[in-house]
Design a protein around this ligand. Structure first.
Ligand code: FES
Length: 117
C-alpha cells in the first residue's frame, strides 16, 4: 500500500541473482517514456546500466539478445565492429568510437532486485 509520504517504489528490472557476477543481462524498460534495451552489468552486490546503443553506429552491442562479449581484459566489446568499453563509466577505450561513451542509466539494487529508481 502506498501513501503520499512514500517515495515511488521504482521499477524492478531483474533479480541481481539472475546475473552472474561480472556478467551482463539485457532488459527492456521505458526510459523517459521511450522503450529501450538496457545493458545491465553486475559487479558483486552492485549493478550498472547503460543504453544498449553503441556510440559508433547506433547498433545494439549484444550478438543475440542478452549475449554480450567480454574481453580477457574485462572490457565490454560491441559485437558489431569491436568497440571496447571499460565497465566503470562505459567509456570506449579502443575501436572505432574511442573517446566516446555508452549512455549511463541510473539503477539501484534493493531487496535483491535491480531497479530503476
Ligand atoms: S556499432 Fe558498435 S562498434 Fe560499430
Amino acid at each position: 500500500m502506498t501513501s503520499l509520504n512514500q517515495a515511488p517504489a521504482g521499477v524492478p528490472l531483474v533479480a541481481l541473482a539472475q546475473i552472474a557476477d561480472g556478467g551482463f543481462a539485457e532488459v527492456e524498460a521505458a526510459i523517459d517514456g521511450v522503450p529501450e534495451s538496457l545493458i545491465l552489468y553486475r559487479e558483486g552486490d552492485a549493478a550498472r546500466a547503460w543504453l544498449n546503443v553503441c556510440p559508433h553506429a547506433g547498433r545494439r552491442l549484444d550478438w543475440a539478445p542478452g549475449q554480450f562479449l567480454k574481453s580477457k581484459d574485462g572490457l565490454l566489446v560491441c559485437a558489431v565492429h569491436g568497440a571496447s568499453f571499460e565497465l566503470a563509466a562505459g567509456q570506449c577505450v579502443a575501436g572505432p568510437c574511442r573517446g566516446e561513451a555508452l549512455r549511463a542509466v541510473a539503477v539501484e539494487v534493493r531487496a535483491g532486485m535491480v531497479m530503476l529508481p
